[in-house]
Design a protein around this ligand. Structure first.
Ligand code: FE2
Length: 224
């Protein structure tokens, strides 16, 4: 795993974010942080092309139809997620969730976190293995569509949670550190209905603990 930020990550950090959000001003998705085939063999190019090019793009297109020319369109994406409800929330959150998901994955991921994140995981879960097992259990066992998250609460404690459909931890005063998309479109082409295989491949080979560590670094400001 590398800890050196890319130019895009540096730009995002200057704006107080650990990743680049899609732009409502330009109605443009944030670019993928890697090539579409970079996660193979665990997540195939075709899955990424459809997931990013059709699903993620589709949420942005529908959001544009819903709010272009209205005051909501003047907000930045994260602010819109925090302040909207209903159909607009669902669409905005799905755009944000996917931006966050792409950045939770990296071709040389997996492994184990180090430093402060490692210490906090061991404090709150007992061990890294227990945290990994909890993430696998929640992601694999989640009923229906949604996401599994590692997040930090206002009390500073880390927790694993699942959210349904487009929901995410932002509205609950939690700072998300990483996520795994468990909608079927995230894995069906690769492993059909074997979600557990996808979840284990993500945790063993793709999850970006450095991204989670950067999010932990800004967590105090997010939930303050
Ligand atoms: Fe998705």
């Amino acid at each position: 795993m590398t800890t050196r930020p890319t130019p895009r990550e540096r730009l995002a950090a200057e704006e107080g974010r650990s990743f680049e959000c899609s732009s409502l001003r330009e109605w443009r998705l944030a670019p993928l942080p890697w090539e579409p085939d970079a996660l193979e063999p665990h997540i195939g190019r075709r899955t990424i092309e459809l997931h990013y090019g059709k699903h993620h793009q589709g949420y942005l297109d529908k959001l544009r139809t819903a709010i272009e020319g209205k005051p909501e369109a003047e907000k930045d994406l994260e602010e819109l997620v925090r302040t909207s409800q209903g159909h607009v929330f669902d669409l905005a959150a799905q755009v944000w969730n996917h931006d966050f998901y792409w950045n939770s994955l990296t071709p040389d991921g997996g492994g184990q976190p180090q430093g402060e994140l490692r210490a906090r995981i061991e404090r709150d879960f007992g061990s890294f293995a227990a945290c990994r097992e909890r993430l696998a259990e929640v992601a694999s066992g989640h009923f229906g569509s949604g996401y599994a998250w590692l997040a930090a609460g206002r009390d500073g404690r880390l927790r694993v949670l699942a959210t349904h459909d487009a929901e995410n931890p932002l509205g609950g005063g939690l700072a998300p550190l990483l996520t795994i998309d468990v909608w079927e479109h995230a894995y069906y082409l690769d492993v059909q209905n074997e979600r557990e295989r996808y979840v284990n491949a993500v945790l063993d080979h793709l999850i970006d603990w450095d991204f989670a560590a950067r999010n932990l670094g800004r967590a105090g400001r997010v939930v303050a």
